[in-house]
Design a binder for this molecule. Structure first.
Ligand SMILES: Cc1cc2nc3c(=O)[nH]c(=O)nc-3n(C[C@H](O)[C@H](O)[C@H](O)COP(=O)(O)OP(=O)(O)OC[C@H]3O[C@@H](n4cnc5c(N)ncnc54)[C@H](O)[C@@H]3O)c2cc1C
Length: 353
């Protein structure tokens, strides 16, 4: 049966759009084959609405709004699916681990204090988080919380199914006007949304995107930190439930293979233990990697590329954070809401094609 909307990609972006469309009583089919590097299953889960910005960006307001929406979404998903997305109000402490990172940290602090979001504080790092080594002052961003990305993906998947959405585990090989092709045949669609993460370019070759592979690991500790620690060099320590601590992430532009390297894990552990010495006693319980969808101007690509094909991808390292607002605005824009269309205009694919 042909549904109102067909979505390619069942990561947090495709699922969030489906969830919002289903709540508006549209019918939705998702085509998704989960791969070993699906980004939504690999993410740190940080909702870095302020941490991710050091200068004005058309994404800033959306990020702050999305961060706030995650608390509402967590409650909604728990009530509907019984799945806890493990939203932890840990806040985030951003630190410089080497003197050369201090100017950018200071500049970010100055930028954030001019923005109308949760106040940020310039504080001694090991007073905010007693497990830290003495790294001097850092930026305490009290509003940047975090979720468990796999739980969010699982909850959204179940919510979509409970609301009547169909998920078809077939790989889409090709899209044409009005039909798409999988290994099992052709399907007709009315409106198609390409939300295939780092693989979107395989379906829409004119999208100027590239993959950025990242590795992470999960540790089990005796005593967990209470705050997320984010070093200016990109290494982070995120306290999860049950004394688990997620360490991330490496960054390899233009790589998309599924292997976790010894060098990547060594680099993460060296940097994490230097920031928090007690981690050297932790047990390694899992390592993994994923592929972030990046664009050449580092902004997502959201909008129609033809009367029946809409793209929504390129959320790079903030797709978990931005998933809530993306689902809401895209579902509104698709049904003609002018305000949503205007808010998404800076991300139009027509800036490239
Ligand atoms: C290591 C790492 C750490 C990260 N940490 C954070 C973080 O802390 N906070 C944050 O906000 N973001 C983080 N991110 C970024 C975030 O994970 C991504 O931006 C987000 O998950 C992208 O979601 P997506 O739905 O676009 O893509 P994906 O989650 O990759 O989903 C796309 C899905 O589509 C499927 N697919 C692709 N092509 C086809 C096809 N042709 N047919 C069928 N199925 C197809 C894929 O297999 C996949 O399942 C991180 C990413 C990585 C890799």
């Amino acid at each position: 049966m042909q549904t109102d909307y067909t979505i390619i990609g069942g990561g947090v972006i495709g699922l969030s759009i489906a969830y919002e469309l289903l709540k508006k009583n549209f019918s939705v089919t998702i085509f998704n084959v989960t791969g070993p590097t699906t980004a939504s299953l690999a993410a740190g889960g940080m909702l870095g609405g302020q941490n991710e910005f050091s200068e004005p960006s058309p994404l800033f307001d959306l990020a702050i709004e999305s961060r706030a929406q995650h608390s509402v979404l967590a409650t909604e998903l728990d009530a509907l699916t019984g799945i806890d997305v493990e939203l932890i109000p840990s806040g985030l402490l951003k630190v410089a681990t080497q003197p050369s990172d201090m100017p950018s940290l200071t500049q970010q602090y100055q930028f954030l204090t001019t923005q109308p979001a949760t106040p940020v504080l310039w504080r001694k790092a090991n007073e905010v988080e007693p497990l830290m080594s003495d790294l001097g002052q850092g930026i305490h961003i009290t509003g940047d919380h975090q979720v468990k990305a796999r739980q969010l993906t699982k909850a959204l998947t179940k919510a979509v199914q409970l609301l009547g959405g169909t998920i078809i585990a077939e790989h889409v090989r090709k899209i044409n006007t009005a039909t798409l092709t999988t290994d099992n045949g052709h399907y007709h669609y009315q409106h198609l949304i390409v939300a295939a993460g780092a693989w979107s370019k395989q379906l829409v070759p004119q999208l100027p995107m590239y993959p950025v592979k990242g590795e992470c690991m999960m540790l089990r500790v005796q005593r967990a930190p209470r705050t997320t620690i984010f070093a200016a060099d990109g290494c982070y320590i995120v306290p999860k439930k049950n004394n688990e601590v997620l360490i991330g992430a490496t960054s390899y532009p233009h790589q998309s293979d599924a292997g976790v390297t010894a060098g990547g894990i060594q680099s993460l552990l060296t940097r994490a233990i230097a920031m928090m010495p007690s981690l050297k006693h932790a047990q390694i319980i899992e390592t993994w990697c994923g592929v972030r969808p990046q664009t050449i101007d580092e902004l997502p690509i959201i909008g129609a590329i033809s009367p029946h094909i809409y793209c929504c991808t390129g959320h790079y390292r903030n797709g978990i954070l931005l998933s809530a607002i993306t689902g809401k605005l895209v579902s509104e824009a698709l049904i003609g809401d002018v305000n949503a269309q205007q808010r998404l205009a800076p991300f139009s694919p027509y800036r490239f094609i």
